[in-house]
Structure formats: structure tokens, C-alpha cells
Design a protein around this ligand. Structure first.
Ligand code: 7TS
Length: 414
């Protein structure tokens, strides 16, 4: 007998929004409409409380004290690592390196892995839609090693050209580094195909998951990627904390990238030896508050369910797309068939920065600019875009306010 699919119950937005104190306020006299979640999502009380509780009751330096507080702090910090492992379905906590964020995670790989694996003429394959954090560290690695970048084109919809991608993989390809979701266009990248084609050639893959983890269920074993990078602050967690997932065998073979306390086993003036994974990559006192806050954010998100979050955000995206398309003079930049949770757009005759300023007067927060993805702007021949990026706590009524304000801007600029 066929079992009817169980539909997830819809989100109780009123109750969920009450978890976010910052959303309750007025800006310029208007209720805040926060549509800049792609830059940084807001933190629920559960995260703020976890950070405060740690500071009020458990803070001490980790991994070094025999005293009670230090053990509490270490347990909480290592518990957070295990929470991240479970969130990503990594095999082992040895594969979970805490960093300051996506940017630092990618720099770690570019410096450490790149330093021992790249030779003159080797190639790193990236795409045209990458955030600067997944371009510049590779450029720096290329400068140091003589390797070069190969950039896979996108099409007018903002989708990766998969044939060109496959054709770009060659004898000299040493690494593929791509976004999971584009921050400037919202494109969900065909990561299965990307990974499969690279693996067939034995080429490791790094995925920049900064814009993916808040919206999609990420399982690093199912993805079969070698590195996965993301930031806490886009996942309703704290700033200054992020994660690098790395396949154990690769991390094991990589040298440390920063030296200092905690990453060593022994130090003498003749030379030093390195600590086990993941500590080899965590020199100095880590961000314990951040890690604990991030674990609380993961509990919070999983408590709601990423599938339900994704489903609601998809509804918001479709609703916003339809309404925005009806605004005279407005063009959506990035029309990929598979998109996550944001809309980039331009309006004839109105600079995106002016749009942002006008919307701000209405209490509506969006981001305007190049979104740290200048090549994307070049590709679409625009100086900048306006970008509304959604979180599960956004409502249709908020999108109505965005759209009304855009109609107003249109009239103002005639
Ligand atoms: N990669 C992608 C795809 C991103 O969207 C971002 C941040 C980063 C890397 C860097 O993350 P960080 O936490 O290390 O700074 N993106 C954005 C954005 O879209 N608006 O502000 C920051």
C-alpha cells in the first residue's frame, strides 16, 4: 500500500519571530524588515543565551587547565565540535576545524594544501560566480607557486556551464573550488555533477558553503567533497566562528598554516612536532564563545528542520520573484532554475545604492553593491545590484513592503 507523503507542518512565524529580539524593533519609525540575511542572519535568543551562559558560568581557556572551569569550557567547546560533525554528517571530529569563518577556512586550504600541492603550470578550477573569498586566496596561492586559475563560465541565467566545466578539467587540474550557492545570484550549483566529474579524475573539491548551510541540508559524505567551508553568522550563529570540514586523509597530509600554542606536540629550538587533527590547524586560543553559540544555532535550526526552512524560503523566493518582476523597470539579475533564498535586481535609472537608501528610510534592510563578487557584476555589465536575501523568519507581508517601497522609488525617479 502506498504511504501518503507526510507534509511538514508550516512554520509558526509569529512564534519563531518572537525568538529574535532584534526583529522586534522599529527603524526610522517603521517596523524593521530585515532582508540582508545573506550578509549576516540574526541570532535567536537561544544562541544569545548560550553565549551569555558560557561567559557567566563556564569560561576559561580550553585544553590546558586541570581546574574545573577549564574542563567545563573544554567539554563545551569539544561538544560544539561534535555538534558540527553531526550537522555536516562528517565521519569524525578530526575533520572539523574551527576557523574565523568561510574566508579563513578557504585561506587555510589555499595556504596549507596549496603550499605543498601546487607547482608551476598546475591549475585550480573555480567558477565565474565566486565570492572574492573563493577567488583571492587562490590568486595568492598562484602567485606563490606559479599555478594558475581556470575560470568556468556561467550563462545569462547565472547557471554554471557544465560542459565547459568538464572540459576545463585536465592533466594539470589540482583542485576544484566552487560555491555551493552563489551569494550574488542565488544560483544553487550542480554540486553532485561538479564533484563527480572531479572525482573521476582524482581531483579534490572544495565547496564554499557560506550561502548553502542556512538553506539546504548539507551532508559532506553524500556530497563526497573533500573540503567544505562555512561561517557561523549566516547560520543564525555568532560572528568570528566558522568551520572547515576536510577529509581526514587530506588534512593529515597537510602542514600547519599558523604556528603557536595548541597546534604543537613538542617544541624545542631544534624544531617542533605537530598536534593531532584537528588541533594542528587551530593555533592559539580559539573562539570558544563562538563555537558554543554556533552549536546552539545548529540545535535551533535543526529544531525547526532545515527541510521546513528550505520549503518556506522557497515559497518566499517565488512570491518575491513574481512581485518584483511586476515592478516597472526592474530586472532580476540571476534567473537560475535552481535558486536559494535571495533575489538580486537592478532598476532602470536608479543606482542600487540610492535604492538601498530609499528602502532604509522605510525600515527595510537590503544589501546593495557588488556583494564581493565583482566578476559577476562584470559578467552582467552592471556596477552593482540590490539584493534581498531571505531567512525563514521573513514573511510575505515583509516582501509586500519591499515591493511597495520599490514602486515608490520608481515613482520618485520617474
Ligand atoms: N563565500 C560566500 C559564498 C559568501 O556569501 C561569503 C559572505 C563568504 C564566502 C565570506 O564569508 P565570511 O563569513 O568569511 O565573510 N558573503 C557576504 C554577502 O553576501 N554579503 O556580505 C557577506
Amino acid at each position: 500500500m502506498a504511504v501518503a507523503p507526510r507534509l511538514a507542518p508550516p512554520l509558526d512565524l509569529e512564534r519563531l519571530r518572537a525568538d529574535f529580539p532584534i526583529l522586534q524593533q522599529r527603524v526610522h519609525g517603521k517596523p524593521l524588515v530585515y532582508l540582508d540575511n545573506g550578509a549576516s542572519a540574526q541570532r535567536p535568543r537561544a544562541v544569545l543565551d548560550a553565549e551569555r551562559r558560557y561567559g557567566e558560568q563556564f569560561h576559561a581557556n580550553v585544553h590546558r587547565g586541570v581546574h574545573w572551569l577549564s574542563q567545563q569550557a573544554t567539554d563545551l567547546f569539544e561538544g560544539a565540535r561534535e555538534r558540527v560533525r553531526r550537522f555536516l554528517n562528517a565521519r569524525s571530529t578530526k575533520e572539523i576545524v574551527f576557523t574565523r569563518g568561510t574566508t579563513e577556512s578557504i585561506n587555510l586550504v589555499a595556504q596549507s594544501w596549496g603550499g605543498v600541492n601546487l607547482r608551476p603550470g598546475d591549475e585550480i578550477v573555480i567558477s565565474w560566480l565566486e565570492h572574492h573569498a573563493n577567488i583571492v586566496p587562490w590568486q595568492l596561492a598562484c602567485e606563490r607557486t606559479g599555478a594558475r586559475l581556470r575560470v568556468v563560465p556561467i550563462d545569462r541565467r547565472g547557471e554554471l556551464d557544465l560542459d565547459a566545466y568538464r572540459a576545463s578539467l585536465g592533466e594539470r587540474t589540482r583542485l576544484v573550488a566552487m560555491s555551493h550557492v552563489s551569494n550574488a545570484l542565488g544560483t544553487v550549483m550542480p554540486v553532485r555533477e561538479i564533484v563527480a566529474a572531479a572525482r573521476a579524475r582524482g581531483v579534490p573539491v572544495l565547496l564554499d558553503g557560506a550561502q548553502a548551510v542556512p538553506h539546504l541540508r548539507v551532508d559532506v559524505q553524500a556530497l563526497d567533497c573533500d573540503f567544505y567551508a562555512f561561517s557561523g553568522h549566516k547560520l543564525y550563529g555568532p560572528t568570528g566562528i566558522g568551520v572547515l570540514y576536510g577529509r581526514e586523509a587530506l588534512l593529515e597530509a597537510m602542514p600547519p598554516w599558523q604556528g603557536g600554542g595548541d597546534m604543537i606536540r613538542t617544541v624545542s629550538f631544534e624544531g617542533s612536532t605537530w598536534n593531532d587533527l584537528p588541533y594542528k590547524f587551530e593555533a592559539g586560543t580559539p573562539n570558544m564563545t563562538g563555537a558554543i553559540g554556533l552549536a546552539a544555532a545548529m540545535d535551533y535550526v535543526d529544531g525547526i528542520g532545515l527541510e521546513r526552512i528550505g520549503a518556506w524560503e522557497h515559497e518566499l523566493l517565488e512570491y518575491a520573484t513574481a512581485k518584483l518582476q511586476a515592478v516597472p523597470g526592474l530586472t532580476i539579475v540571476g534567473q537560475a532554475r535552481d535558486k536559494a533564498s535571495l533575489v538580486s535586481f537592478v532598476m532602470d535609472g536608479v543606482h542600487p545604492h540610492d535604492l538601498g537608501t530609499i528602502l532604509d528610510q522605510d525600515g527595510i534592510a537590503i544589501r546593495t553593491g557588488h556583494h564581493c563578487a565583482m566578476p559577476v557584476m562584470t559578467f552582467f555589465d552592471v556596477p552593482a545590484t540590490a539584493r534581498a536575501s531571505f531567512a525563514f523568519y521573513n514573511t510575505r507581508a515583509e516582501i509586500d513592503r519591499l515591493v511597495a517601497a520599490l514602486h515608490g522609488a520608481r515613482e520618485m525617479f520617474g
